[in-house]
Design a protein around this ligand. Structure first.
Ligand SMILES: [Zn+2]
Length: 591
């Protein structure tokens, strides 16, 4: 193994290997002008979009947008990391990697000493936990969290006793206390940094402890968890907790289950979910995704159920997508995190877990559901708001995915494509000066700059021309209107039917203030066109909007039913959606 990955070593190896030759061992390349082209080894394709530039010693794929130099190519193709790629290429180029400067040698040696010390500490804590009376508080904590000994030992959980236990142990073994202090295990006065805490080793993908996170066993301790500092051996955000234990199962199942907390992962493994890992200590980072990508192309995200957890899940979806990884998102309903969910399920955990996984939507769909959360998609204004959020969501994905995602969003919401088309105006912010379009009848414009809905327009028209009720009331029922327009419509209709054309003027004072306001403003500044033809057209659009809203409701219900494998409900909803779809087409055709 190389003990150093200095920039010098990379530069030397790079100067001695030819990217074209390395790639040719895996890909058949054809020369075209100055570049070489071939079928990309990292995604499925029929025509070559993988390009190697011999001058720059770089490669790029126009299909999957992966790119890099000879090291990244070897990393990806051999499923190794940067160090592994260096090692392979150095051997090939005959470069000796051990030419280290004195400082490099010192750094490398101190890192090795540190790793040995961390390993020793993990063993010591584990011994204390299971084999000494001092470990009792740790054992009690594990019992309350329903973590048994077998599972604890898998993760090499330990207990750091009060006092100077570890320092005394090191003295007895004639080991250096300074190394333990450097590793963040001892305080300057020799007391245990993790005293009176259950200690969880954070190990790399090969099982080497790099750091610890430790949970207090005391009820009066404010800081529930404390962590090792960053050291030459441990950089936060580069380690995936549980990967050493999960890697085989990840390969077998074809995906990794990514959680937030260490205890989520420990409980998951105890429940038989042995492809579970955690980002551990930080929000998911680029480095962590790259590490996971060596083992799988798919992540199942199971984050905390709260708002922060859902936002973290969305970020993780995007981050994974930028590394060409697929995601799904499972939501632990009724529990605050996966740990609580699995413990509550008890012996039934495996089954409930499978159900949860079966229902998990793709990361993209999860984001769509978040965008529409709390909105009523049978309301035209809400549809527009949701469409805007969806556009923003889609715009954050790699460009190559966006068109397909827009298609899917369109079907999912049951809206027409223009609502989801990327708009250059979007970036100008909510004000969007001058951005609104002049539609037929001036419908989409509004003198106040505020969006006028079809329903509002119709109400204004009816205020100015109540006789139009004769036509309108045969075309629509009040429940086709948006909720906010329904009350005033019914009141105006009732007034008209009882008191005729002049009824509104006489009875207006009895209307709620905001309704009076709307009607008075319509009288003062009537909408652009006030005649029966427009009234009928508006009524038609209201019916159409209402049908579209119902249609998207059915489509959403349909994907739910599909996920739940409820074939009877699927068939019924499909029939309904088809029928409604035809009716909408028919109306749209008649214009
Ligand atoms: Zn590619």
């Amino acid at each position: 193994m190389p003990t150093s990955t200095s920039d010098d070593a990379f530069a030397e190896v790079k100067s001695k290997v030819d990217l074209v030759k390395v790639v040719q061992e895996h890909v058949r390349l054809t020369k075209r002008n100055k570049d070489f082209w071939g079928l990309c080894p990292f995604h499925q394709e029929d025509s070559p979009s993988f390009k190697v530039n011999p001058q720059m010693q770089s490669w790029y794929c126009f299909g999957c947008e992966r790119s890099g130099d000879v090291f990244t190519f070897v990393e990806l193709i051999e499923k190794t990391d940067k160090r592994g790629a260096l090692q392979l290429l150095a051997e090939r180029a005959g470069v000796e990697l051990r030419k280290l400067s004195p400082e490099q040698k010192e750094r490398s040696d101190s890192r090795k000493r540190l790793l040995a010390m961390l390993k020793l500490a993990a063993q010591f804590y584990e011994y204390v936990l299971w084999s000494t009376p001092a470990g009792e508080p740790g054992r009690r904590l594990l019992a309350t969290r329903q973590v048994n000994e077998e599972n604890s030992r898998r993760f090499q959980l330990g207990y750091a006793p009060a006092g100077r236990g570890f320092a005394e142990y090191l003295r007895a073994k004639k080991r250096s206390l300074a190394d333990a202090q450097d590793g963040g295990l001892l305080r300057r006065d020799g007391t245990d940094f993790f005293a009176e805490r259950l200690v969880i080793p954070i190990r790399d993908e090969r099982g080497q402890p790099l750091a610890f996170t430790a949970r207090t066993v005391r009820a009066d301790e404010q800081r529930k968890y404390i962590n090792s500092p960053e050291t030459p051996a441990y950089v936060k955000g580069r380690v995936i907790f549980g990967l050493d234990l999960a890697r085989d199962e990840i390969a077998r199942r074809g995906h990794a289950v990514l959680m937030e907390g260490q205890f989520d992962v420990i409980t998951a493994h105890g429940a038989g979910i042995q492809n579970a890992v955690a980002s551990s200590g930080t929000a998911l980072t680029d480095d962590q995704v790259r590490l996971l990508k060596r083992f799988t192309d798919e992540l199942l995200l199971v984050f905390d159920a709260d708002r922060a957890g859902r936002q973290a899940a969305q970020k993780a979806v995007l981050l994974a997508a930028s590394h060409q990884m697929r995601t799904r998102v499972a939501t632990v309903a009724g529990a605050k995190d996966p740990d609580e969910f699995l413990r509550a399920a008890g012996a039934d955990a495996g089954k409930q877990w499978e159900e949860l996984v079966a229902k998990a939507p793709s990361g993209f769909e999860f984001g769509m559901e978040e965008a529409a959360a709390g909105l009523n998609l049978s309301n035209a204004n809400h549809v527009e708001l949701a469409a805007r959020k969806l556009r923003e969501w889609i715009a954050q994905f790699p460009v190559a995915l966006q068109e397909d995602y827009r298609e899917r969003a369109k079907r999912w919401m049951g809206v027409s494509g223009h609502l989801l088309a990327a708009e250059p105006d979007e970036k100008r912010g909510p004000g969007r000066p001058g951005a609104y379009k002049v539609g037929k009848n001036g419908l989409e414009t509004s003198p106040a700059g505020k969006k006028m809905t079809v329903g509002r327009y119709l109400l204004q028209l009816l205020a100015v021309r109540p006789v139009a009720f004769d036509l309108v009331r045969t075309k629509i029922t009040p429940d086709e209107l948006d909720e906010e327009d329904r009350g005033i419509y019914e009141r105006m209709l009732e007034t008209y039917e009882r008191a005729g054309v002049s009824g509104l003027e006489k009875e207006l004072a009895g209307y709620p203030a905001e309704e009076q306001d709307l009607i008075r403003r319509a009288w003062a500044a009537p909408p652009p066109s006030v005649d029966d033809e427009v009234a009928v057209e508006l009524a038609g659009r209201i019916t159409l909007d209402h049908m579209r809203g119902r249609h998207s409701g059915i489509i959403r219900e349909l994907s739910e039913a599909e996920r739940g494998k409820d074939s009877e409900r699927v068939a019924r909803l499909e029939a309904e959606a088809r029928e409604l779809g035809h009716a909408i087409d028919e109306m749209e055709r008649r214009g």
